[in-house]
Structure formats: C-alpha cells, structure tokens
Design a protein around this ligand. Structure first.
Ligand code: ATP
Ligand code: MG
Length: 284
C-alpha cells in the first residue's frame, strides 16, 4: 500500500489474539496485525465492542497477547524488565478527563507522575511548563482543574502524559465526552503534537471528521483489522464503511447522493472544502 520505511516501527502488532475469559471461545482481539510508523497519525475506527480498546491496551503492555506479539520500538511488550520503558514511550489518554485528574491545581496535576518517579524538581518544573505550553493550558496552570471546561481538562490530562516525554500518544476516544468546541481544541492540540513535535499518534474515535484528519485510517471489526488506508482510500468506499456499521464523513455522503442524482462528482471527496470546490468547478 504505502512504501515501507526502514526505521523501526513505533508499534508493531503481529497476529494478536486476546480474550478476557480463557474459558470462553470469544476473542476480543482475534488476529490483529498492525504497524504504526514513527511520526504517523493513525485513526482507529470500528463499531462498539469490536476490540479497539483491547488492542490499544496492548500497545503499552497494559494487556499482553495470548498469542501473537506486540513490540514497541522493537521491544516485545512481554519483556517484563522493559515494561517501564514501554509505558514511558507509549502514553495513554482515556475518555473521561475527570478520571484522569488527581490534583487540585493544574500544574500539580501535570507534575504528578513525574513526582512519583522521583524526577529532580528543576527537571519537573521545566518539563511541566513545556507540556503545559505544548497543550495550550499554561495560562490555566494555577487554576483548579474542576473549574476548567471538558476540553481544557482533557488537555491537562494530555499534558500529564506529555510531561513523561513519550514518543507515542494513544488516545482512546479522548474527545467522546466533550462538546464540539472542546473536541476541536483537543484535536488541534493532538494534531500540533504530531506535526510540530513529531509525536506518533494513535487515536481511537467514533468521529469520522476526526479520522479524516489522520494520515491513515484503520477499521476494526470482530477483533480484526478489516480496512486500512489513507482517509480518502477508506472513506471513498462508502458502501463498505457503512456495512461495518460506521458513518462516512458528511461530505463523502453528500458526494454519493449527488452522484446518485446524476451529478458527475469526482471520486475521493471526504471533506467540505473538496466538496465545495468540486461543486464550484461543475457550476462554472
Ligand atoms: N474488562 C473486560 N472484561 C470482559 N470483557 C471485556 C472487557 N472489556 C471489553 N470486553 C469485551 O471485549 C470485546 C471488545 O471490547 P473493547 O472494549 O475492546 O471494544 P471497543 O471497540 O473499544 O468498543 P467501544 O467502541 O464500545 O469502546 C467486547 O465484546 C467487550 O464486551
Ligand atoms: Mg473502547
């Protein structure tokens, strides 16, 4: 599909199988293989219960495969003496910001994990300030997290992970509980961390508009990876995407409707701007 790079993958999952109950037949992840390259922004989509969170938890050794392998920068997650290194390289951000905030002042919250690791105070100070700048919450550093909006709280949680200087962020529906504005600020922050700071991003999302911003989209179904490609490659297969009980971006849907109505719209339209441009060309 795309050219393979020579550098080691950020994350490499090979034929991963996992079940929560070894006495039952059902596998939550059922033979998933996936490579996340360094610097990539990958969105993971799939209907409820298809195994997205379970697979993501394999990326920093929260879960270990029953069979198959996961490596992080070449290190197998089963290597017990490397679990700390792996968790430092791959940071996880979850759905509910309230469950991830532990301190009563923003900057203390961001510093929390570093303090627990015994990082020297001066180093903590500089890393925490940097993380708060990177996530756009520096101006709120002295506030109580409970006074912040959902989007701001989620950025505090991201800053806490960024302060660990991870190479990769895994976000499990980290915008799902936010209002549209909060979602946008968090997405902008994630994109900036990816583009400006080169942090690899794996974002599980139910929002097609968010997935459309990724370099690559991976679709899961029944514990397996069933589609993979650029957002254009994936979302232009509207029938197949819908058959997996997923939406397509509104612009792709509109393009399909127009084609059905006899308007000769070009292929591969997935965002509003492209859609508007194509209509404009047709009307000229
Ligand atoms: N802690 C658990 N114990 C037992 N079964 C679980 C547990 N967590 C998830 N499962 C089951 O494993 C399967 C995959 O769940 P998972 O949470 O990975 O899916 P998901 O794609 O993240 O879903 P969602 O979109 O709802 O977050 C489902 O059948 C789910 O019910
Ligand atoms: Mg999930």
């Amino acid at each position: 599909m795309e050219n393979e790079r020579n550098d080691t993958a950020m994350i490499q999952a090979d034929q991963v199988r996992f079940r929560y109950d070894p006495h039952k037949k059902k596998y939550a992840v059922d033979g998933a293989s996936l490579q996340i390259r360094k610097g990539e922004f990958v969105a993971v989509l799939g209907a409820n219960g298809c195994g997205k969170s379970t697979l993501a938890k394999h990326f920093n050794a929260i879960l270990l495969p029953e069979s198959g392998t996961v490596t992080v920068e070449g290190i197998p997650t089963t290597q017990e003496d490397k679990v700390y290194d792996i968790r430092q390289k791959v940071g996880m951000v979850f759905q509910n910001p309230d469950n991830q905030i532990v301190a009563t002042v923003v900057e203390e919250d961001v510093a929390f994990a570093l303090e627990n690791l015994g990082v020297p105070p001066a180093e903590i100070r500089s890393r925490v300030d940097e993380a708060m700048e990177m996530t756009g919450i520096y101006k709120h550093r002295l506030k109580g997290p409970h006074k912040l909006s959902g989007g701001q709280k989620q950025r505090v949680a991201i800053a806490g992970v960024i302060a660990m200087r991870p190479d990769c962020l895994v976000l499990d529906e980290s915008t799902a509980m936010l209002d549209p504005r909060g979602r946008e600020t968090v997405m902008n922050t994630i994109r900036r961390l990816n583009r400006e700071y080169g942090i690899t991003v794996v974002a599980i999302t139910h929002y097609m508009e968010e997935a459309a911003q990724a370099d690559r989209v991976v679709v899961m179904s029944g514990g397996k990876i069933v589609m993979e490609g650029t957002p254009k490659e994936v979302f232009s297969q509207t029938e197949k995407v819908r058959a997996l009980r997923l939406d397509v971006p509104q612009a792709a849907e509109l393009r399909d409707e127009l084609v059905k109505a006899g308007v000769p719209m070009p292929e591969g339209i997935i965002d509003e701007e492209e859609c508007a441009q194509a209509l404009y060309e047709l009307l000229k």
